[in-house]
Design a protein around this ligand. Structure first.
Ligand code: URA
Length: 236
């Protein structure tokens, strides 16, 4: 386990600023293995029993939150005027450095991971990792076999950008499942734009082998288990 300064551990794990952690520690609000510690620069092993303001620490080096993103919320860490997905994270899981893994448009719903682990995020969404993201899409017209073929061969967007192979599977006349392994800006909307269709609804239903749980309400969050995290890196 990690060793770090007490103020750093408390700021990180209890979602307070470093300054407030120091003030609290000096006021006697922190204990390590039952003893009150007022020296905020003390180097402490995170395996110790640490409390702050009477609350016990449940140490996690990184946090991985699964969200069922609702419509109307930005996939960003913070914004001056609009609500972001990080604003929706319950306070017990908030900490400095949280960010969404990849972006869903404001009107897109579904599976979104929020974490503070940059290496994990890179592995999960970098295009060269070939991890497929699955979406359910509702269109303003019918999906044809020609479109399925065109997407399989990689479509070229209006600005000349070539997309990698995408797997398009019709569900009903104007609904389909689409799997892509990249995350270009508005990619799915722009891909359907090349075949003359508009996207009415878009929902991400899986990342790699991790599916959006049916029982996670829109706007709801929960922590991912280690097993669920490893599912992301299996094929869907
Ligand atoms: N493609 C889009 O067009 N929008 C999203 O939110 C995700 C993929």
């Amino acid at each position: 386990m990690a060793k770090a300064r007490l103020d750093k551990i408390i700021a990180n794990q209890f979602n307070v600023s470093r300054k407030d952690a120091r003030i609290g520690i000096k006021q006697g609000k922190a204990t390590v293995n039952g003893a009150t510690i007022r020296d905020f620069s003390l180097i402490v092993d995170t395996e110790n029993e640490i409390t702050f303001g009477g609350q016990a620490m449940d140490y996690k080096e990184y946090i991985y939150i699964l969200m069922n993103k609702p419509k109307g919320v930005l996939s960003a860490t913070n914004d001056k005027s609009q609500k972001t997905v990080v604003d929706l994270v319950p306070s017990r899981w908030r900490r400095l450095g949280l960010f969404p893994v990849g972006r869903l448009d404001k009107d897109t719903t579904g599976l979104l991971i929020i974490t503070d682990d940059g290496d994990f995020a890179h592995k999960a969404i970098a295009p060269n990792k070939n991890i497929y993201k699955t979406y359910e899409v509702t269109l303003d017209g019918a999906v044809t076999e020609e479109m399925v073929e065109a997407f399989k061969n990689g479509v070229t967007l209006a600005d000349g950008t070539l997309c990698k192979k995408a797997i398009l599977t019709p569900i009903s006349e104007n609904k389909a499942e689409i799997k892509i392994s990249e995350g270009k800006y508005h990619q799915i909307k722009r891909m359907f734009g090349t075949v003359g269709l508009g996207v009415d609804e878009l929902k991400r239903t899986a990342l790699g082998g991790l599916k959006l749980p049916q029982d996670l309400a829109t706007g709801g969050c929960r922590l991912l288990s280690d097993n669920e995290i490893s599912l992301i890196f299996t094929s869907c």
